[in-house]
Design a protein around this ligand. Structure first.
Ligand code: PHE
Length: 467
């Protein structure tokens, strides 16, 4: 496309947009439940260590690649590698992955919107019924909700980087913080709430098995939106004067703080209504937690604040999750949109409409794979089980290719682009970074143990998932 590249209008705009991408369903539900089940404070500590020692350097690598190349991920890999066909392949992966992850994230966001709609309409009692979720995800109304969610994402992205993505983040993120804090205060003032806080925070180091540690790292990696080309793309919308290390630290800090705070809402809420909760009973999956467990907890509130009060709390919760999901969805869909605009020179509108249409078709197939259409429900058979179309997307792109993409970024910036060039590009705009211990740490870690760890995760996932 001709003309100057679109840019974020302010530093805070960039930070909020990147934090908007990072803060998602994973923070609000995945993290609290993971922490509560797997050692409380011990899990939290490990998670925080991973965020800053492993994820932050990868974040810097992605943002710097984008800022330096001023291109989408595919363009960035080819420009920096001098059009190497092998590295272009990595670029393709970095745009195909977000496209497919967007499909499953869209489906879950559609369900959240549906639950929000029902809660606002006064149907909390229906949502609390254990049968509802299955009926709901197989009902035709989800296609109407899908139209609404896609419409919202379309409208935001249609506005472009500054007037769309940045404006939405500036509006939705503060609203999200306020709602989260409001809910935390409300929950913490309920009876028995402290039992939940204790359960959430008191460390139990004996729970830290190899698989819990692996899970914490994957959670941190996903939560910071790494391996999806998002930060390469957002990085391409900031200029050389931007202080990348400081911005990245703030994004990581915000993301971790929101995840931690969400735990102060979810666990105390559960314990307040059911003081004898057995940690083993907490659903392993975020989906089970959001759509079956929590609606029951909200309904139980009616004893103290009435049905209307309970419905308001539930509506606020689903609105909070919806806002978090929308800013993540916007960021992930921007990646293929930016790629099509950059690589083919088409307009934003054209890129959005064409990719959006393909996305809707695949998302409908994914949404139909929960029982409605047999061929999609038992899509393929591996590792001894029938997998649905939805499961396959999750296994292949989220579980397997995500760490691979992170690994490729590390190897690319340090060995292909070369550390010296990468460091120089990263130093621009950041006086304090040059020569700091942090720079040395990032430099060494990206060349050595971070790619090694990601490689182990990748090989382990392949071995466990498919054989
Ligand atoms: N960081 C998001 C979360 O924690 C994950 C995500 C980001 C998903 C961007 C999709 C797009 O839920």
């Amino acid at each position: 496309m001709s003309g100057a590249r679109e840019q974020f209008g302010s530093r805070i705009g960039f930070i909020l947009a990147a934090a908007g991408s990072a803060v998602g369903i994973g923070n609000l539900v995945g993290f609290p439940v993971g922490a509560a089940k797997n050692g409380g404070g011990a899990f939290l500590l490990m998670y925080a260590i991973f965020v800053f020692s492993i994820c932050l350097p990868v974040m810097l690598a992605e943002m710097t690649m984008g800022r330096h190349a001023k291109k989408d991920p595919l363009g960035a890999y080819s420009a920096i590698s001098g059009d190497s066909p092998k590295w272009k392949l990595a670029g393709w992966l970095a745009i195909a992955t977000p496209f497919m992850i967007a499909v499953f994230y869209l489906v879950i966001t559609v369900w959240i919107f549906g639950y929000l709609f029902e809660a606002v309409s006064g149907n909390l009692d229906l949502l609390a019924n254990p049968e509802t979720f299955n009926l709901f995800i197989n009902s035709s109304s989800i296609f109407i909700y899908m139209a609404v969610v896609v419409g919202v994402v379309y409208l935001i992205l249609q506005g472009g980087v500054k007037e769309g993505i940045e404006k939405a983040a500036k509006l939705l993120m503060p609203a999200l913080f306020v709602m989260l804090l409001g809910l935390v205060v409300f929950v913490l003032t309920r009876e028995n709430a402290m039992a939940g806080v204790k359960f959430y925070i008191i460390p139990d180091f004996s729970k830290l098995t190899a698989s819990v540690i692996n899970g914490a790292l994957s959670q941190a990696f996903f939560s910071l939106s790494l391996g999806m080309g998002i930060l390469i793309t957002y990085g391409s919308y900031i200029d050389k004067r931007a202080d990348v290390p400081t911005s990245a630290k703030l994004v990581a800090l915000t993301d971790t703080a929101v995840a931690f705070t969400a735990g102060l809402m979810i666990l105390p809420a559960i314990f307040s209504f059911n003081p004898n909760t057995n940690p083993e009973d907490l659903s392993e999956s975020s989906v089970g937690m959001i759509f079956t467990y929590l609606p029951n907890i909200f309904l139980a509130l009616q004893d103290s604040v009435g049905y209307l009060g309970a419905s308001i709390v539930a509506s606020l919760f689903f609105l909070l999750v919806f806002f978090a999901a929308i800013t993540s969805l916007v960021s992930i869909f921007e990646v293929p949109v930016a790629a099509l605009m950059d690589e083919k020179g088409v307009s934003r509108k054209w890129a959005l409409t064409s990719l959006g249409s393909i996305m809707i078709v695949i998302a409908i197939l994914a949404a139909l794979s929960f029982g409605k259409v047999e061929a999609l429900t038992s899509f393929i058979h591996y590792a001894g089980v029938d997998k649905s179309f939805f499961d396959v997307i999750l296994d292949v792109f989220y579980e397997t290719i995500l760490p691979l993409n992170g690994l490729l970024v590390c190897i690319f910036v340090t060995y292909r682009w070369k550390s010296a060039n990468f460091n120089k590009a990263l130093e621009e705009g950041s006086q304090g970074y040059r020569g700091s211990w942090f720079e040395k740490y990032v430099d060494v870690s990206l060349k050595t143990f971070i790619p090694a760890i990601l490689l182990v995760i990748f090989i382990n996932t392949v071995a466990v998932k498919y054989f």
